[in-house]
Each structure stands twice: as structure tokens, then as C-alpha cells.
Ligand binder design. Structure first.
Ligand code: GLU
Length: 478
């Protein structure tokens, strides 16, 4: 059975890159009837953000990604927070020490800083000079026993080797170990570093596929060596391509939003974001762009993930969101819009009226967050025209004629609705001999104060006779 994990560090919000990693893991786990595991990589206590774990899990839940095993959820391979697994790491580090694959390092940070500065000054890549690796075992054992401050480093083979990774996306990737330093695996505070914890946990949690961002590609020699030292078979690896800004730099907050929460707060639907994210570096065999979660589960494969960076195209996300909003059932749209509306003056409006208004807006909505603004069209009692173009047109003689006749015609009907607006306006046309844009624009401007907007019939139907007369009167008097 396949087992894939998403292993974020609780250092803040869920980045769209993180969502993509989680999504690909989840899609594959669902396709293969496997398990999706959430593991919290909280070994860097300095970077810990309170509440981040809860937010990460909630955000995944919002995106429709269900966790099978994880903190607070359980499973047979816990604990799922690395900070609760220190004993396990300690035992594994001891094994590496005993078998001479690791050694204690007593170098002070001052010495290491100085070393780095000297190496940089010589134009070399900073790298630990393995001073403590040369210590006699008895000496280091004694120094550790006496409580001397130290870290533990893994040994990179003395003679450089070429380590080959058969990545599911990049196929054969090779790195010379001469470029790899003796990595710290256990810090002086007793916490492991990422490299040790990730290998130990992926093995003990029986992870079959490690899916992560390309930035971790350079770490695989250390990881494969650790698998070798422990005598374990490594899992499959898939390193996902970078996500890029439109100018092809690495996606960054400076050029737009990167937190999943930001998109949610802007009224992007979870299914639209998930669909959009799924296409960052992956595509189905045909050229479909709109895919449901079920279709994504069926279609997903690591073979179809590209190596090259994927550009984050905000326009495309907006387009997708609109497509998804248009497809929502009315009650579903209302449920999702409700939290955005609740925070505004329209929160107290009659539910049926709100539903009717939202229904009219639906075909044009780009996101949920713009709904309250658009609702002003329906609920403002005395809207004020401020747009100079609108004012200029309404003040034209023909506009006045149209509006006056419209009011007159409304006096002759019992009610105004979607069905009879057409005949009322035809009567205005017959009486004034004004047609086309000159006829319709003053009416649209009077009712909506905008050139663009929902179908006028729907708006007239929503307002009814009295309000339309009132609005036509205000516009006439301008
Ligand atoms: N904790 C690492 C991160 O936040 C996980 C990397 C991995 O998946 O191995 O990126």
C-alpha cells in the first residue's frame, strides 16, 4: 500500500507550494487506495509559530484534502509531531555513533564562523573541515560523558562517491559527495536536524513516496547515505518543480499572494484553487483545464509532472474561479458567500432578498469577496451617481425624455417584473421614438449607475415598480 506524507514545518501560513505538495501526495494516495499522512516537522524550535499546526490542518481541510494519520488524528505510526519523537532520534543517532557513521563535534560557533569567513575569503564554498572527525574515539566519548557541549555530525565517505537518485520526475540525478559536508544530525539541544529526522521518520512511518519541492534535491545524497548506514531501503522520491512569478523569478510574497489563506479570504473557491494548483507543473494527457477532484485523482501521475518551473498565472486563477462560481448550486453559493456578507451592512438583510440578489450576481462574480460591494446595487436606498460619464448621459435631453416616459408607463402597469419590462420599454420607444443604446442606457444608468452589470430585466424584477419609479425619478432630476 502506498503511504505519502506532507511534512510542513509550523513556521507560518500554508504556502501555495506546500498546498501543491500536499495535493499531489493526497491525489496519489487516493488513486492508489493508500494513506495520506500529516507529519509536523517542528524540530526548529526557534522558528515555531504558535497556532501554525492548527492553521495548516484547517487549511488542508478547507481545500478538501483529508488526512488519514496525523497529530490529533492518530494512526499506527505516531507520534506525528517530531518534537515528540526525540527519544527515537536519540536512539538512531546512537546507532550511527556506535557504528562509526557519525561523530560528536565540539567546535564552537566562533570557530565555525571564523572557518567560514576564511573559506569565503579564499573564494571557497564554506564547509566544515572535519576537525572533530579526527579525534580519537575514546577522547570524544570521554568529552561527551563529561557533559561538554557538542553536536553530532554524520560522516560523508572519505573518498568521494557519486550518489545517484532515480527521481520519479527528474529520472537519474547524480551528485558527487565531495560537494557534501559532514552534516549536523543532532543539535546541542538534543533536537535532530531535518536530515536525520526526515529519514528516520519516513522509514519508521513506512513512507513509500517522498514528494517535496525541488529545493530539497541537493539534500538527497545525505539522505541516501543515511538510508545506507541504517541498512534501510529508500522510498521513491519525486522533487516538484519550482513555482515562479510571471517574470520567472521564484514565487514570492513581493509579487503577490502566496498564502492559501489569502486566496480563501479573497473569495477564491477551494475547488478552483485546487484545480489551478494541480496544473502548476502537471497536466492531464488531454488539454482539459477544468478538472474536479475525482478527475484529478483518476488522471494524476508523477510521469506527467514537468521538470521546468511552473508560472503562477493569477489571471488564470481568476478565470477558473469564475467558472467554478458559475457552476455552484444556488444554496451552495449562498452558503459560501454568507461569511463575506455577514461582516457587512447587508448581513442583516432578509435572507430571501439576499438570495435573489446573489443569484442575479452569480454569472458575473469573479470571487466571493466582491459580493458585498456588488450588493449595494440592490440594497442602497438612494444611490448617488458620481461617475461623470453616467451624470453626463443622464443629463442629455433624450435621456430625460426616456426617463419621463418610463415613469409615465410605469404608472399604467400594476407591477414591474422580469416578464413585462420588455413591453414597458417598447412602449417608451413607441412614445419617444428613441431606440437602441439611447433608450436602454439611461434606464440602465438610472437603475444601476453603471454601464455594465446584470441583465436589466433581472434588476427591474428585483426592484419592482415602486423602486424603479423612484430611481428613474432621481435620475430624471439630476
Ligand atoms: N519540513 C520540510 C519543509 O517544510 C519538509 C521537506 C520534506 O518534505 O522532506 O519543507
Amino acid at each position: 500500500m502506498v503511504r505519502l506524507r506532507f511534512a510542513p514545518s509550523p513556521t507560518g501560513f500554508l504556502h501555495v507550494g506546500g498546498l501543491r505538495t500536499a495535493l499531489f501526495c493526497w491525489l496519489y494516495s487516493r488513486q492508489q487506495s493508500g494513506k495520506f499522512i500529516f507529519r509536523l516537522e517542528d524540530t526548529d524550535q526557534k522558528r515555531l509559530v504558535v497556532g501554525a499546526e492548527r492553521d495548516l490542518i484547517r487549511t488542508l481541510d478547507w481545500a478538501g484534502i483529508e488526512i488519514d494519520e496525523g497529530p490529533g488524528i492518530g494512526g499506527g505510526y505516531g507520534p506525528y509531531r517530531q518534537s515528540e519523537r526525540l527519544e527515537i532520534y536519540g536512539q538512531h543517532v546512537q546507532k550511527l555513533l556506535d557504528e562509526d557513521h557519525a561523530y560528536p563535534c565540539f567546535c564552537s560557533s566562533e570557530r565555525l564562523d571564523k572557518l567560514r569567513d576564511e573559506q569565503r575569503a579564499k573564494g571557497e564554498t564554506p564547509c566544515y573541515d572535519r576537525l572533530c572527525r579526527k579525534l580519537k574515539k575514546a577522547e570524544s566519548v570521554q568529552r561527551v560523558a563529561s557533559g561538554e557541549n557538542h553536536v553530532v555530525r554524520m560522516k560523508i565517505p572519505e573518498n568521494p562517491e557519486t550518489i545517484v537518485l532515480n527521481d520519479l520526475i527528474r529520472h537519474s540525478v547524480t551528485i558527487e559527495t565531495s560537494q557534501t559536508e559532514d552534516q549536523v544530525i543532532l543539535k546541542s539541544d538534543g533536537f535532530p536536524t531535518y536530515h536525520l529526522a526526515v529519514v528516520v521518520d519516513d522509514h519508521l512511518m513506512q513512507i513509500t513516496h517522498v514528494v517535496r519541492g525541488e529545493e530539497w534535491l541537493s539534500s538527497f545524497p545525505k539522505h541516501l547515505l543515511l538510508y545506507r548506514y541504517f541498512g534501510w531501503d529508500p522510498p521513491e522520491f519525486a522533487h516538484l518543480p519550482l513555482i515562479l512569478n510571471p517574470d520567472h523569478s521564484k514565487l514570492s510574497k513581493r509579487q503577490g499572494d502566496v498564502a492559501v489563506e489569502d486566496f480563501r479570504d479573497q473569495g477564491i473557491l477551494a475547488e478552483a484553487l485546487v484545480n489551478f494548483i494541480s496544473l502548476l507543473g502537471w497536466s492531464p494527457a488531454d488539454d482539459r483545464e477544468l478538472l474536479t477532484l475525482t478527475e484529478l485523482i483518476e488522471e494524476f501521475s508523477f510521469e506527467r509532472v514537468k521538470k521546468s518551473g511552473a508560472v503562477f498565472d493569477r489571471e488564470k486563477l481568476n478565470w477558473m474561479n469564475q467558472q467554478y462560481i458559475q457552476k455552484l448550486e444556488q444554496h451552495d453559493l449562498f452558503r459560501r458567500v454568507a461569511p463575506f456578507v455577514a461582516k457587512t451592512a447587508y448581513g442583516g438583510q432578509d435572507d430571501d432578498l439576499l438570495k435573489k440578489a446573489i443569484n442575479i450576481l452569480q454569472p458575473r462574480l469573479l470571487n466571493l469577496a466582491e459580493t458585498p460591494n456588488l450588493l449595494s446595487l440592490f440594497f442602497d436606498e438612494n444611490p448617488q451617481a458620481t461617475d461623470p460619464e453616467v451624470l453626463a448621459l443622464l443629463k442629455e435631453e433624450n435621456s430625460k425624455k426616456v426617463l419621463a416616459e418610463f415613469i409615465k408607463q410605469l404608472e399604467t402597469v400594476k407591477s414591474l417584473n422580469e416578464e413585462n419590462l420588455g413591453s414597458v420599454v417598447t412602449n417608451v420607444q413607441t412614445a419617444t421614438n428613441i431606440k437602441g443604446k439611447e433608450l436602454w442606457m439611461p434606464l440602465r444608468y438610472a437603475m444601476t449607475l453603471e454601464a455594465q452589470g446584470p441583465d436589466l430585466k433581472l434588476i427591474a424584477g428585483f426592484f419592482g415598480r415602486e423602486k424603479c419609479m423612484h430611481l428613474a425619478q432621481i435620475a430624471y432630476e439630476l
